[in-house]
Write a protein that binds this ligand. Sequence first.
Ligand code: NDP
Length: 334
Amino acid sequence: MAFFKKMNLDDSSDKKSEKKESKDREKIKVLIIGSGPAGYTAGIYASRANLSPVLYQGMEAGGQLTTTTEVENFPGYPQGVTGPLMMEDLKAQAERFGTDIRFGEITSVDFSKKPYILTVDEEDEIEAETVIIATGATAKYLGLESEQRLRGGGVSACATCDGFFFKNKVVAVVGGGDSAIEEAEYLASLTKKVYMIVRKPFFRASKVMQTRALSNPKIEVLFKHTTKEVLGEHNVTGVLLTKNIGTETEEDVTIKVDGFFLGIGHTPNSGIFKSYIDTDETGFIKTIGKSSKTNIEGIFACGDVQDSIYKQAITAAGSGCMAALDTEKYLASL
Ligand code: NDP
C-alpha cells in the first residue's frame, strides 16, 4: 500500500511561512489514516461511539485486499468474497454510521505537541485530537514485469490467502527468511510439492525454521538460485531461474510450477511517523502491551503497520476495533 509519496518531515523556512494559523485549520476529534480492514473497522466503532471520525483513504483505497481475488477466510462470507467487494462492504458499513471517508493522503505529520498537525496531499493542514494509524504494509515483490503481469494469475504474496487454490499442485516460494519458510510449510500441507528459491547458499531464517524446511519431504530448497522470469501467458506455468549467478558455473534452469509465492518480507507503511513513533528495526509500529497505544498519548496504531506476525484481514479488523475503543477511552479520560 503506497500511502505516502514522500517523507516530508523537515520544514524549510519557506514552508513554515506558508503554514496556516491554528484558527484556519480544520479540527478533527478522531483522525483515521488508512482504508484497509483495520481503518474501516476503527471507523465503524468510532462512529458508533459518536466520535465523528474522519478517515483518509490514502493512495490505494481499500488497501492490500483490493489486489487479491477471492477471500475465503474472513468469517461471515460462507461462499467467499472478492477482496474489492469486501472492502466496499466495510466502507459502506463505516459510512452508514457516519464515518467521514475522504480521498487524500496524509503526507506529513507533526506529533511534537497537541493538537497533532497533519498535512493532506502536501497542502492542507488539519488538527487532530487523536490519530489512529492504520496505514498497513506493502508486500515486497521482486520487480519483474512477468511477476506483475501474473498477479492474480498464480503470483501471490500471501500463502494463507491463496494457497487453497493450489491444492495438489506444484508451487514455488521465493525467499530464505522465516516468512518464506512459514509460507512454504503452509503450502506444503496443501500442495504436492513446494520449491523454495533462495538466492544465497544458506537461509536467513532461524535455525528451528531451517530444520523444519529441510526435513519436510514436500519442500525442495534450491539454494543459490535467483528468479529471472515467471513464465506463463495468463497463468503461471513455471519459473526461469539462474543458478550460481556470477560464477563460472552459472546456468539457467526452468522449473514447472502452477503458483509463485513471494516470501521476501513486508514493508510497514510507517515512514512519515518514524521521527515521533517508536518502531522496531523493520519499521513496524510498537504498541504497548495488549493495547493499540503507541508511545505518544492519543495516537494509536492497528492493522499490518503494527503486526509483523499475523498479517490477516480478520486480525487487522480486530485491532481496528481495539484502536477505536482505546481512543474512546482516552477521550473520555480527558
Ligand atoms: P527477512 O528480511 O528476514 O527475510 C527476507 C528473505 O527474503 C531473505 O532470505 C532475503 O534474502 C530474501 N530476499 C529479499 N529480497 C530478495 C530478492 N529481491 N530476491 C530474492 N530474495 C530476496 O523477512 P521475513 O519476512 O522473513 O521476516 C521479517 C521478520 O519477521 C524477521 O525478523 C523474522 O524473524 C520475523 N518472522 C518471524 C516468524 C516466526 O517467528 N514464526 C515468521 C515470520 C517472520 P537474503 O537473506 O539473501 O537477504
